[in-house]
Every structure is written in C-alpha cells, then in structure tokens.
Design a binder for this molecule. Structure first.
Ligand code: PLP
Length: 385
C-alpha cells in the first residue's frame, strides 16, 4: 500500500513514541501533585512547552496544550471573540475565510447562533487565496476577530498570512490562523507571521491523535471554554495530557528542524507528480494555487468521473488517498472549499486529493501517477459514475 493521505493523519513516529513512553508508564504523575512523581510530570510538561515555544518563537506561557486542532480552533474563535465582546459589547462580528476547516467555520456559526455575532466570510480567488483587498473589504469597526487558515487542507493553497495579519492589526483587530496543515512544512515563527493566535494539531506531524496546541499572544484576552481546576494558566482546565504534550513537542521540533530541507525536496516531488498527472490524464484539472501551495498536497478534479469511484479504483491498485477532506468524506455534497474556488458542483464532485508526509519517494509518486491514469480511464470507460 502507498499511503497518500497524510493530510488526514500520519502514523506516530518512533522517536515521538519513545519520548512519550516514560510518561505513560513509570513517570505517570499528575503535574498538579506535590510529590516527586507529580514534580517529574510538571517538569516534563514545562519542557514540552519550552520546546514548542522555541519552535514558534514565543514565550512558553503563550502555549496552551489542547486535545487537538479542533479544540485549538474552538478556543481561538470563541475564546477571543467572547473575551473581546465582554470588554466591548459593540464588537459583534467575526471574519473567517470561505475555505476554513469546519472547526473554524462551525465555531463562528456557534458565535452567530448563541452570542449574537454576525459572521463575515471573506471570499477567495480561483486559486483559493484571500487577497488583502478582499479582507479589507469586509473589515468593520465591530469586527472582534479575523481567522484565516495558513494552508488549506483540501487544495493546499497557502495564504499570505503576514500581510493579512498586518491589515487586521492596522484596524486594531486580533488575527488567528489555523496552521494545522502548515506545521512541518512552512515557517511557524509567530512574530514574523504577526499572528495573535495559531492552532496546531499533533497527528498531522507524527504525534498521536488527540493532542494539539493553541499559541495565544500574552496580551490577547481569552475566555476559557473548559472550566475546572485552572490548568494551562486558567485557559484550559483538566489534568494535562503530559505524554501527549511531550509527543506533540517532540514531533513539532523534529518536523520544523527539517522544514526547509523537506519543503524543497517534497515540493520538487509534488511538482513532478502534478506534471505526470496533468500530462497523462486528459481533462485533469489541478485545484488550488499553482505555486503558493503546500509541498505536501496535490489535488485534482477529473471531470467526467466521480471522485469516489476513482478513489475506490486507486485503492484497488494499492494507492490510498482521499476524495477531499476526511471530515467531509462520505458526504455527497460537493466540497464547500472547491465551490468557494468557483468550481461547478459537478466538477467539485470529481475531486481527488493526494497528500504526503516527508517519507514520500519518487517511486511512490511514479506508481501513483500511473495508477491515476488507469483508474481515471477505467472509471470513464465503465461509466461507473
Ligand atoms: N484544521 C485543519 C486545517 C485540519 O486539516 C484539521 C484536521 O483535519 C483540523 C483543523 C482538526 O484537527 P484535529 O483532527 O486535531 O482536531
């Protein structure tokens, strides 16, 4: 099997598991306990926080460990918007892009349903980019928060985050970015990006599912969503997932340490794969931005097929990929991301996403490109769509 669905999840890396192991077994203490076992756990947690802070270029106290990317997005959207509204009731709008993950989109919709916020959706161009002009057009004096993802999970388009954050700040508005797909591939220095909050998930990086983090700038007020014993400086109560935090920090440090090198190598492999698919499959369309895209995602539409049928045929040939985001899998509705790019629903339904981790090889992608040619031709000739 060739696994080309790394944007959905990745296996736990050996070094990550080794780093976590002591805190799942002998060093199993609760970081809040005042005895040696508890102190050891607290020290491990502090070490994980410091490692993450070193990667992000922030202070350790600005890192909140969460149960994953979804919780980090919820905490950013709801936590910042509600804290701002509590201080200034006239702030009752949030801005999100048209291509956000449901964790951001649904958090904004919750604010709309239960807290009287209006949601302004900034459109993207045909490549999936939010331009500063498009963002400027939706900012209002009542905007409490702007959230635009760093890189898209379905088409891989990378946003001009520093420019967008600067624009939001020029209007006095805090800026959050969902960097779940960007982590490991793109620079994550939060000062250079200029973001006030940034979400990261462990399982996209070789850490286990169920661990993630939110960077929140120290001056940014945040209303907690999970109340209890006041862990994570009161921003996220609950006994900390010490092993998860250690795993997350280890995975992030390993991935970002090789980020620049991996970015170039994998981007070159991705470009070769894209060329092979576009030249080998008549009618194939690359979705997303031609160059401003994650090294790890190649996404296409194959008009005249069904994405699900192509996917099944590819799996039969040993190639595992996705028809869109894992979250939308199984749903018949065309992807809202692809329709936001202006693709007709009938074309959006033919989407197939190939996503890689750093272990991908030229041979993997050559085999995948050959399989795509026969799978698409097979589906078209059988008319199985
Ligand atoms: N944001 C993006 C862009 C994602 O791709 C994902 C996962 O698919 C998430 C958020 C959610 O992260 P998690 O699976 O850790 O909850």
């Amino acid at each position: 099997m060739i696994f080309l669905d790394a944007a959905a999840t990745t296996p736990v890396r050996r070094q990550v598991l080794d780093a976590m192991w002591p805190y799942l077994t002998g060093e199993f203490g609760n970081p809040s306990s005042h005895h040696a076992l508890g102190n050891a756990a607290a020290t491990a947690l502090a070490g994980a926080r410091a490692s993450v802070a070193a990667v992000l270029g922030c202070r350790p106290g600005e890192v909140v460990f969460t149960s994953g990317g979804t919780e980090a997005d919820n905490l950013a959207l709801k936590g910042i918007a509600l804290a701002r509204q509590a201080a200034r009731p006239e702030l009752d709008r949030v801005v999100i892009s048209a291509v956000e993950h449901p964790a951001v989109e649904e958090s904004a919709r919750y604010l709309e349903r239960f807290h009287g916020f209006a949601v302004d959706v900034v459109p993207v161009d045909a490549t999936g980019r939010v331009t500063p002009e498009a963002l400027a057009a939706v900012l209002r004096p009542e905007t409490a928060l702007v959230s635009v993802m760093y890189a898209n999970n379905e088409v891989g388009t990378v946003q001009p985050i520093a420019a967008l954050a600067e624009l939001a700040h020029a209007h006095g508005i805090p800026f959050h970015t969902d960097a779940v797909q960007a982590a490991g591939w793109l620079p994550l220095d939060v000062r250079a990006l200029g973001v006030d909050a940034m979400s990261i998930s462990g399982h996209k990086l070789g850490a286990p599912k169920g661990c993630g983090l939110l960077f929140v700038r120290s001056r940014t007020r945040l209303e907690p969503l999970v109340h209890g014993g006041g862990q994570e400086r009161g921003r996220r109560s609950g006994t900390e997932n010490v092993a998860g935090a250690v795993g997350m920090a280890t995975a992030l440090t390993l991935a970002q340490g090789r980020q620049a090198e991996q970015q170039g190598r994998v981007a070159a492999l991705r470009d070769g794969f894209i060329d092979a698919v576009l030249s080998g499959v008549p009618g194939a369309v690359l979705t997303g931005h031609p160059t401003e895209r994650l090294p790890s995602i190649a996404s296409f539409c194959f008009p005249g097929t069904s994405g699900e049928a192509v996917l099944l045929e590819l799996e039969r040939q040993g190639i595992v990929c996705s028809s869109g985001s894992a979250c939308a899998a199984g749903s018949d509705a065309p992807s809202p991301v692809l329709t936001a790019l202006g693709l007709p629903a009938a074309v959006a339904q033919t989407a197939v996403r190939f996503s890689f981790d750093a272990s991908v090889t030229r041979d993997d992608l050559a085999a995948a490109a050959a399989a795509v040619r026969t799978a698409v031709a097979g589906v078209q000739s059988l008319g199985t769509h």
